[in-house]
Ligand binder design. Structure first.
Ligand code: SF4
Length: 1016
């Protein structure tokens, strides 16, 4: 039999042609070896698989480079130069200045190194004559060729695929090609479905020239269509997500019709489709095969190493550290357990850590660990926290010290060797991995093995004889390796094939989906090589045999596309009309348009007419909600049913019984409950098993009265807002208020020791110094703020206190009245708490501290003050309602405590607002304070609040809308830390539900009483 060319045609697909060719060979040679030479591993695998049933005894499927290895592998000396080693040689040459200054030396950059490496790959295919021509084109090209010569010289001891292929050709020519090929390969069948790489072209041609070689080739579209009209379907889809869903649905449909997954392929040019398609298929339980396009950086072990490098590179920036904690499996080597990342994040925030171990982590964590317990004790003394808070603070302190040890230990292991061998640098990473990587939780083992291979390859760089790398270069190379997409295969034949278009050339899939067929994106655009532009390529290699220009690359892509069309039984092309992140619509790719024109028999059809012409083979897909029966997975099925249900207005019962999904059921239940008229478990109706202890602070009860839901979140669930030290520029209201209170307490003690009232200027000076002292002390306790921020707080506090002391004499009527107490405590030490017994028999004990008590000269009158550093607007109306619907109960509680010390005196009381003046400075006016009325209101409010807490009544009550803190808000919500988690329509919900249950009546009567009742 003589050598011949067999063409793939419309009626005979590639596997059919190959099957016929093999049968014909077998007719004359029943047992002789046959070698089918394919472009890729994929083509080898899927062709073999499609022919397996016909019997393939002694038929080998090999890639062209494998044939070269078979023919000449042992004849070429030297280890194979890996891409990483080649890259390092390029690096060493690009940093040198001896070849010139345009392409390296001081101009070195990683981008330049990458560009040089890419161009060197092309230059390796040139003859010496061509290189000389290039070198004489100009000084820039002379430097390029000089650097390349040096590269060739330094890598000549290595073997390469190019040298092996050249040697294979030599062997074929020298030893009589037919003999040796017959001995090693038998009959050769060449599958020509994709352009051959330049370094293998000569070998391909030599094999094609052998006697008896059969060349199986794809017929070009222009010389005869390979696809009947019935075998092509096209889809215009409005968005990429819908495109992916559509593909998944169709694959599910094919599977329902009995098509096996390995017979289906989804191909793309844009790499972003790799994950989109794979995730969508896997979500639907469909296995995926094909190239593994993942980068190590996307795996847990990759994130671990990159996160670690980022931590060291950014001087332990807190955000980098917490990002590392949260994104990768980190273990605490001391405990041997996974680190409590979320808790350590919260601690480092609270401690005010920013960056630098010496300047920030160590001092601030140490201070935080010290101060947190003492602050909790002090807060407990002020009635702001309970005893359990001290235990919790001690636990927090212990966690803080663990974190400090962890960070200090990690910091001590930073790489100190600036220049060292690759093995030393890699050893550093390995030791950190063995110490801190939670191997048990890295997930699948393959990424871990890939990581170990990367490290092995880096260590092997020591054997190249290149000089030791600096630490920064080592990190750059390691990062680059982790960012590279895997060149490996996930698997073949176990699921739907998902891969780039070029990888499927010659694969006989039954159903092929081609995605992303958008103008300018399909096929991928190739940029011109800036170091070797197209016009120079044409000058040196006019036939473009080894230096393909962009035009040639585009032609090659078309050949691949034609091969795929020819190999598929049915083709489905998809054109997404919009792309993620782009606001405009995109037209179809040229090849998509050509296919539509061909099928429609209308070569002048315009792209703009596609969606309006009602073409038989073009479907317009616009909705992301499919017919439920065609859903891609259970989630989509549920979603589709919900959409149907909403559109049809069907009752909920029908949906829940039909959909049968717990998640959907729960979601519907929640939404309907929140949107409904009834007060439910989703609106703060809590089932309480045990009656909670009702000793507490005034502020806790006030919080409940304002919004029970806020009380529930903060006091019961102990949910706290997350603050970031990087964002804070001034002390928060609580810290600032505490500062003012502390200064005034000390001020009283100082002033009380004086025989006569000191002059105002002396008092001002004392206050100014006291503020400075307190700020210095606070710096120790509240780390994380800049000096500028402290200066602002200091000035603010001092200005407020100066104003206050200048007015104090008149406001407090000093002279007739004298201050007798600062911080009058009750419920601490020997001082009994204030016990309120309500009409319903509920007993609640309170403890707290009165800020100031003044007494008249004759002892007949006592005035109680509670200092406030905030605004006074929410205290308006105390004359009318002394407890403001239960939200202001401090004065009557304090009155009860002070009354014990002054049983016969007339009691007055007021909140004293430092920042205000005139009639707003004291509220209510002390002489207008009615102790009896306030006490009755207190008892009533305590009864409602205590009863609500006992019964689990925690509705969200936003209060009336208005201006709070200079912003439009609801009365209860202005300073609430839970605004972001509370629903937007909270006021509507409250208005809908507040009258829906008798259990809410008492609370409603407290916070929204009838006007008549208030006046009474
Ligand atoms: S945001 Fe308003 S309604 Fe929501 S918990 Fe806070 S105070 Fe209550």
């Amino acid at each position: 039999m003589s050598r011949r060319v067999e063409s793939v045609s419309r009626d005979e697909r590639i596997n059919d042609v190959l099957c016929r060719v093999i049968s014909e060979i077998r007719a004359t040679n029943r047992l002789g070896r046959i070698t089918v030479v394919t472009p890729t591993l994929q083509a080898s695998y899927y062709l073999r698989r499609s022919l397996a049933r016909t019997g393939l005894f002694n038929v080998d499927f090999r890639r062209l480079e494998d044939v070269a290895e078979l023919l000449a592998g042992n004849s070429v000396e030297g280890a194979r130069l890996t891409d990483l080693e080649a890259s390092e040689f390029v690096y060493s040459i690009s940093t040198e200045s001896s070849h010139g200054t345009a392409l390296g030396g001081d101009r070195y950059s990683p981008q330049l190194q990458t560009a040089l490496h890419s161009t060197f790959r092309d230059l390796e295919n040139l003859t010496q004559h061509q290189l000389d021509s290039l070198g004489s084109a100009g000084s820039f090209q002379a430097e390029l060729v000089s650097r390349f010569d040096e590269y060739r010289n330094r890598t000549k001891q290595f073997s390469s695929g190019r040298r092996v292929a050249a040697e294979a050709v030599e062997i074929l020519l020298r030893q009589g090609g037919d003999d040796i090929s017959r001995r090693l390969l038998g009959r050769v069948v060449l599958i020509e479905v994709a352009p051959v790489a330049p370094e293998l072209t000569t070998l391909f041609d030599a094999l094609a020239e052998l006697v008896d070689t059969v060349n199986v080739s794809v017929v070009n579209e222009n010389s005869g269509s390979t696809q009947s009209h019935e075998q092509v379907a096209m889809f215009a889809v409005n968005t990429v997500p819908n495109e992916v869903k559509e593909i998944t649905r169709q694959i599910v449909g094919l599977a329902r019709d009995g098509v096996r997954f390995p017979r289906i392929a989804v191909l793309f040019e844009d790499e972003a489709y790799a994950d989109r398609i794979s995730e969508s298929l896997m979500q639907s339980g469909i296995p995926v095969s094909g190239p593994d396009r993942s980068a190590l950086r996307a795996t847990p072990v990759g994130r671990f190493v990159i996160g670690l490098l980022n931590v060291f590179a950014n001087d332990f920036d807190r955000n980098e550290v917490t990002s590392w904690f949260s994104s990768s499996p980190v273990i605490d080597p001391v405990s041997g357990h996974p680190i409590p990342g979320a808790r350590w994040d919260a601690i480092s925030r609270a401690a005010g850590v920013t960056r630098s171990v010496g300047d920030s982590w160590r001092p601030r964590l140490e201070r935080y660990a010290r101060s947190i317990v003492s602050r909790a004790k002090s807060a407990e003394r002020l009635g702001e926290r309970g005893e359990s808070e001290i235990e919790s603070a001690e636990s927090e302190s212990s966690y803080t010290l663990q974190l400090l040890n962890f960070i200090s230990s990690l910091h001590s292991q930073r790489n100190k060797a600036e220049s060292a061998s690759w093995t030393t640098h890699v050893g550093w990473i390995r030791s950190l991995m063995s110490r801190y990587l939670d191997v048990e939780n890295v997930g699948e083992t393959r990424p871990f093995e890939r990581m170990m291979n990367v490290l092995d390859r880096l260590e092997n760089l020591d054997s190249t004889g290149l000089k030791n790398p600096g630490f920064d270069h080592f990190v750059d190379v390691l990062r680059d390796q982790l960012n590279r997409k895997s060149a490996g295969l996930r698997s073949l034949g176990q699921g739907v094939y998902v891969g780039p278009t070029w990888t499927a050339a010659g694969c006989p899939f039954d159903y092929v989906f081609v995605t992303g067929m958008v103008e300018g994106k399909f096929p991928s655009l190739h940029r011109s090589d800036p170091l070797l532009p197209d016009h120079l390529k044409r000058l040196i290699d006019p036939d473009e045999k080894v230096l393909p220009t962009r035009v040639r690359i585009s032609t090659d892509s078309q050949q691949v596309f034609e091969s795929i069309k020819a190999s598929a039984r049915e083709l489905r092309l998809l054109w997404p009309q919009t792309l993620p992140g782009e606001s405009r619509e995109f037209g179809p790719a040229r090849w998509f348009l050509n296919e539509v024109r061909r099928v429609a028999g209308n070569p002048s059809l315009k792209a703009s007419e596609l969606t309006t012409s009602n073409l038989r083979h073009l479907s317009i897909v616009t909705s992301d909600h499919a017919d439920p029966e065609q859903s891609a997975n259970a989630a989509e099925y549920d979603q589709s049913r919900i959409v149907e249900w909403i559109r049809s207005g069907a009752v909920k019962q029908e949906l829940t019984s039909d959909v049968r999904s717990t998640i959907v059921d729960d979601a519907v239940k929640y939404t309907e409950a929140r949107d409904g008229e009834d007060w439910t478990e989703f609106d703060g109706k809590i089932s309480v098993k045990d009656t909670p202890s009702l000793s507490g602070s005034a502020t806790a009860f006030e919080t409940y009265a304002a919004c029970p839901y806020r009380y529930f979140l903060s006091r019961r669930l102990r949910v706290e807002e997350t603050k970031s030290p990087e964002d804070e520029i001034s002390l928060d209201a609580l810290e600032f208020g505490t500062l003012i209170h502390q200064v005034l307490e000390d001020f009283f003690e100082w002033r009380n020791k004086e025989d006569v009232l000191p002059p105002t200027d002396k008092q001002e000076t004392w206050l100014q110094n006291a503020v400075a002292r307190e700020i210095e002390a606070l710096k120790e306790e509240v780390p994380g703020r800049s000096d500028g921020a402290w200066t602002v707080d200091q000035s603010r506090a001092w200005l407020i206190l100066r104003q206050w002391v200048r007015r104090e004499k008149n406001v407090a009527n000093l002279g007739e009245m004298n201050q007798v107490f600062a911080e009058f405590g009750f419920g601490y030490g020997d001082e009994p708490p204030v016990e309120v017994v309500t009409d319903q028999g509920r007993k609640v004990r309170f403890r707290g501290q009165v800020d100031r008590v003044d007494q008249s000269q004759d002892g007949s009158k006592v005035t109680i003050y509670d200092y406030k550093s905030g605004g006074s607007s929410s205290y308006t109306g105390l004359d009318k309602d002394p407890v403001k619907n239960g939200t202001k109960i401090q004065l009557p509680l304090y009155s009860r405590a002070v009354r014990r010390a002054f049983p016969d005196a007339e009691i007055q009381a007021a909140y004293w607002f430092f920042r205000e003046s005139g009639s707003n400075e004291l509220k209510p006016r002390p002489e207008a304070y009615d102790e009896t009325k306030a006490d009755q209101a207190l008892t009533k409010a305590i009864d409602v609040v205590a009863g609500g807490i006992e019964k689990g009544v925690f509705p969200a009550n936003p209060g009336k809308s208005g201006w709070v803190g200079g912003r439009s808000s609801f009365g209860s919500c202005g300073f609430c830390e839970f605004q972001r988690v509370c629903p937007q329509d909270k006021q509507d919900q409250w208005n809908r539900k507040k009258n829906s249950s008798d259990v809410l009546n008492d609370y409603l009567a407290l916070v929204e009483p009838d006007e008549d009742e208030v006046d009474d």
